[in-house]
Ligand binder design. Sequence first.
Ligand code: HEM
Length: 477
Amino acid sequence: MNSVPAPAERARLRAIRDLPGPRGMPLLGNALQIDQPRLHAQLEDWCRQYGERFRVAFGPRRFLVTANADDIAQVLKDRPEGFSRTSRLEAACREMGAGGLFAANGAQWRRQRPLIMSAFNPAHVKAYFPSLATAAGRLSRRWERLAAQDAPFELEPELMRYTVDITAGLAFGSDINTIENDGAIIQRHLQDIFRMLQKRLFAVVPYWRWIRFKEDRQLERDLRAVAEAVSGFLRAARARMAAEPWRFAQPQSLLEAMLAARDEEAGALTETELAGNVVTMLLAGEDTTAHTLAWLILLLHHSPRWLDAARAEVDTALGGHALPQSHEQLAGLEIVDACLQEAMRMKPVGPVIACEARRDSVIGDIAVPRGASVMLLTRVAPLDERHFAHAGEFDPGRWLGDAANGDRRKTSIPFGAGPRICPGRYLALEEMKMFMAMLLRGFDIVDAGARGGGGAVRERLSFTLAPVDLMVRLQRR
Ligand code: HEM
């Protein structure tokens, strides 16, 4: 039993402060050794230096860091009773108007989860297929123009147009069309919000509650812009449902499903919960999918064998069409799916998951008192030869046929695990496969790499793991 240790067991346990770890400064701990955008890489470096369980401190907050796959599974599974998201995350998200499912803890999380899950039910996700195809078609036309210029372009902002349009379209039934409309800049606000969220999570003290710097004031403007967009989504969805009450039984978007969701025990989502979850979905659905696609394009560009295999699969499945014609056709793209799994093994967008103990527990031989913070490094085991042979190689073959089963899916957990596993995972996979089918069918990737050429594409953690300045050049096939 790993939680609530008996007194005899407690006596033989190590305390977090007794673990090895980097030497810190008085009061500040290791805060000055961390460059925020490289937080994950620094923790992974320390893991190599101090072993898979070590300690770090940010100011007065001391963390147990573990990269051990069993520890990670234990913590993620023991939620919400044993572990929760950190109180800092919960407060920071709430202050930013994103107090939805991702940030909620305890009774609030338990209340919201079934209501939100009903919005992600597979029948709804399947019904969103036409919206995916519309967004992919628009992006294809936009990229035809970019390809015709025969010059490299920055990949991420392009991908985010697609993911924001889909989240807004699918999730909220609002066609904001950032793909065809250069003026729509909600994704820029979201970017800044993400950067500030990460900064606040690891700040030594919550300074913004007393002093607001220029970037904090900018954040307030960003939040206001997003809040306006969100109340627009809510107003429009309410009006549609009032005019067409059948939508309560057959919601056409995640937001309609959230408005319709009712549970005997939980009742319905409150106004604040609804708004918080709309922002949560925008944040959770945008960067994650865009970054994963960006990493995959880069990895495929350096792996011609798998690029050809994925393209051949798409050509055969689509026949004479430019885009997949049905949900079933997307579901049949097994090689594309394996490529995505492999990209997420090597570049999981959430390489660090932070949790807080809600009661005394034990992780390995370490006593974890109630209130202690634990950071889970989710990319170390997937890149370890003991779990994946030739772990540094991009080899989607590991996810095909029988090879795909067994412990692999327990070790590579890009969507998290346990009761709080990502509810958007099927939607994300559907969206990513649609995009890859469009890209592989319509374009050749002439080049993909860091801006200015030369050198590997660097990683940046801005709440999620992004490639820095990734440029691509495409050619129409
Ligand atoms: C490639 C795409 C995505 C990846 C890799 C991803 C990954 C994750 C991860 C690692 C978590 C934390 C899980 C845990 O604590 O065990 C999470 C939670 C969550 N994700 Fe995703 N996600 C993706 C797309 C999406 C999309 C498209 C949506 C919705 C539109 C979404 C909504 C959420 C929500 C609401 C949570 C919080 C769940 C909870 O705490 O109960 N995600 N995601």
